[in-house]
Ligand binder design. Sequence first.
Ligand code: ATP
Ligand code: MG
Length: 878
Amino acid sequence: MWTSDKIRSTFLEYFADKGHSVVESSSLVPVNDPTLLFSNAGMNQFKDVFLGIDRRSYSRATTAQKCVRAGGKHNDLDTVGRTARHHTFFEMLGNFSFGDYFKADAIRYAWEFLTEVAGLPQDRLWVTIYRDDDEAYTLWQELTDVNPRRILRLDESDNFWSMGDTGPCGPCSEIHYDRGEQYACGSNCALGVCDCDRWLEVWNLVFMQYNRDETGLLTPLPHPSIDTGMGLERLASLLQGVDSNFDTDLFTPLLAQIEKLSGQKYDRGENGFPFRVIADHSRACTFLIADGVLPANDGRGYVLRRILRRALRFGRLLGINKAFLYQNVDVVCSIMGRSYPELLEKSDFVKEVIKMEEERFLVTLNEGLKKIEDILEQAREQGRNEIEGEEAFMLYDTYGFPLDLTEDMAEENGFTVDKDGFSSMMEEQRHRARQAGKGENAFARDIQIAELLTHTPPTYFSGYEKLRDKASLLAIIKDGELCDQVADDELLVVAASTPFYAESGGQVADSGIITGKSGKMQVVDVQKVASWFIHRGLLEGSLQTGEELQLEVNQQQRTATARNHTATHLLHRALRQVLGEHAQQKGSLVEPSRLRFDFSHLASLDEDELEAIENMVNQAIWTMYPVDTTVTGINQAREMGAIALFGEKYGDQVRVVQVGDFSQELCGGTHVGNTGQIGLFKIISEGSIGSGLRRIEAFTGKYALDYLNQADAELKAIANTLKASPDDIHHKVESLTRNLKDKEKEIESLRSRLSQASSADLLQKVVQVNGARVLIAKVEGVDANTLRQNAEMLKDKLGSSVVMLASVIEDKVLLVCFVSKDLTGKGLHAGKIVGAAAKAAGGGGGGRPDMAQAGAKDSGKIDQAMAAARQIIEKSFS
Ligand code: ATP
Ligand code: MG
C-alpha cells in the first residue's frame, strides 16, 4: 500500500541512491529572503546556490519541502476545494542539480521513478515541453518510452521558468497524468487547453540554462542546473487510486474528524466544499504556527489570520458554532507528525494559538454575519450587485472580516466586492497610522545621509577587536549638509574605521569620545546608514576633514552592554528549554543597565518556571562557558544548528556567536569573552505585550547586585520600622495585619455604640403632636450617610413619627426627614417638610412623602430651618 509516508520516503531514497544528499525541508518562513512571503517551492532554500553566491558540500540534493501558496505571487487559496489538486499547504518532492547533471538525467530519473518505482501506467502519461526546446523533445523520445504523440510543445507562459525579472531561467518540462475521458470537462477538453481535473500536472522539471540580463538578453549559464517539483498529494492520489487529493490518506482522517464535529456526512461533490476548505486550512494553520507564524494584522501573520478565519466561517456553514479548528491539530499531527517532528513538539502551543484566535473571532463573527446580511439586503434594494469598498472595509475594521471572507460570502450571494475601494480605504488607514507614529523621519534622514555620502568609502568596524582606534575623518555633516570644518556644534562624523558599535539587533550604540588635533566630541549616538557608521555628538573645539581622529569607546558601558547581550542568548536558550522550542525571540533591547527580551508564548510564566529559567541562566554563567564568534556562510551556520531570528535579514556571510555547547545564534552584537564575566542574572519582571507575546526584563552583573542590595536595604528599613529582624518580618507583618483587622472591628462597634448613645440623647427631644411623635434636632460631627441612618433608625424606634435631623456638613446645611408610613397617609410629606426648612436657610429640595433630603447654603440659619420645619409639621397635623 502506497501510504503518503511511504511515497515520501521512497522518493527521497530513490534520489539518495542516485547520489543526492537528502536535505531537510526549510521552514515555511524563508529565513534569508525578504522578497518571499512563504516557502512555495523546493528550490527556495537553494536560491543562493543556483545564483552561485553560496556553495554546498554536495552538488545534488533531494527534499520534501513544506510549501504554502496562499499569498504573494503564488496564491491558490481561491481554488482550494474547488479542484481536486490544489492546497494552500502542500509538500513538494524535488531533486536538484547544482551544475552537476542536466536535462538527460533529469528526464531519465523522472521517467524511471514514475513508471518503474511508482509503477504508473506509461500510456497515461503526457509530457509538455517549451515550444523551442528541441533538445528536450529529442531526449524524451530517446530516453523514455513515452508515446511521441503525447509530447506537447507549449508557450512561454506555461513552460518557461524564471527566478525573477533577471537572473537564472530556462525552459521546463511537465509530466501530466490523464485520468481518462470520463473526467473530461467538455468537447474542448485537452491538455494545454483546459484546466480541469482530467489532466493532472504531477511533476515539473525546470532546466535552468540561461541568465537573463536587464535588457532581456539570454546568455547560456556555464553550469546549467536542475530544479524539479512534484506535489506529494497529487502523486498520492494516483498511487492510492483515488480521484482527488482529498481522498488520500493525507486528508481522509481530517474529513472524518470534520464529519464528527459537524454531525454531517462528507460529500465528494459540491456540497463537500466547506469540508475540503476546512481540512486544507487545518493543515496550513498547524504548519504555519509550528514554524513560528502568529495571527497578526499584517504580513505573514495576516495570511494566517485570513486562512484561520475563513476556516471558521466555513465551519459555521456546517453548523459548528464554537471554536473547533484547534481540535484538528492532533489529527494533522497524527498524519504528518512522523515526517515533521516539529509538529509533535509544538502541538500544544499550536492548539492554544488556534483556539485563542478562534475565540477572538467568534466574538465578532455573529455580529459581522448579521451586518453582511444587512449590507446585501440594502444593496439588493438599491439594485447594486457589488459590495462597496467602504462596506467591505467596515466589515474588516469592525468585525475582523478579512477581504477574502467577505468575497466568499459576496460570491455565494451572486455579488462582487469593490476591491480597489477596499484597498484605498486600507491605504488611508495605514497612512493615518503612519502619520500618528514616528520612525518615518528616520528613514527619510537615512536616505538623505546616504546621498550626501555617495563618494565616501564605507566604514570598517574595528569594535569586535578593540575599543580604541585611530582613523582619518572622512566626512562631517552639520544641519543636513557636508562641511569640511566645524567648531563647537552638534554634528555627525564619519571616519574610515571605528570601534563604536552602531545601534542594531536590539543592542544600543556605544558611547565614548572622539578626539582630533584641536577638538573633542562626546559621542551620544551611533547609527549605521548603508555601510557607514554615523557618530552623532557635541563638539568642543574644531574638527577638519582629513585629520586623524582618536576614537575611544566607553569601556565600562560596553562591558555592561556585552554582559546583557550574552545574557539574552542564555535566556533565549533557557526559555526554549523550560517552556518549549516555540518560545522564540521576537524582539530585544540590550542596554548597559538592563535587558529586555520578547518571545512567543501564550500563558504567563509561573514562579516555578521563572525560577527554573533564572537558575539555568545563572548555572550557565557559573559554568564559565567561553564565548566564541565565527564568521561563516549562512548555510554552514544553519547546518551548525545556529538559531536565526525570523524576519532578520542576513547576508551571505554571517557571524555565529557560540556560548560553549549551550547556545549558538546568528548575531552581530558584542559579547563577553566568557559567561563568567556576567556574574549574576536576575529577572525583575515578566508580562504580556500582546497576544501570544511575553516580555522579560532582567539585570546582570553589578546592576543585578545593586538591585538585590537595594531590595535588601529596603527589607532592612522595613524591618527597622516594624521593630523586627529581617527574618522575622513576615511573621511580624502577619500579626500586624491581624491586629489591624481586630482594631477595625473594635472601631466599628464603638462607632455604633456612640451613635446609639447620641440617639438616646436625641430621644429626649421628642415632642407629641396630635398623638404622633415629632423629633426635630440638630446633630453635630456626622457625615451625610450617618445622618440619614440615624434619622431612619430613630423613626423606626419611635413608631408613628416624624423625624427631621439637621446638620452642618462642610459649611452647608443638610436636612433629612423621615415620616412613618401611617402618617404619610395623613397629609404629612417629608419632601415638603425639608423643602420648607431648606428654603428658610437659602436652599431648596424635596423628595418622597416618606423620606427626603435637602441642602441649604446658609449654615447660620440652621435654627430658622428647624423652626420652619416645626411650623409646617404642626400645620399639616391641624
Ligand atoms: P498548477 O498549474 O497545477 O497550479 P503549478 O504550475 O502552479 O501547478 P509548479 O509551480 O510547477 O505548479 O509546482 C510544482 C508542482 O507542485 C506541481 O507540478 C504540482 O504537483 C505541485 N503543486 C503546485 N501547486 C500546488 C498546490 N497549490 N497544491 C498542491 N500541489 C501543488
Ligand atoms: Mg499553480
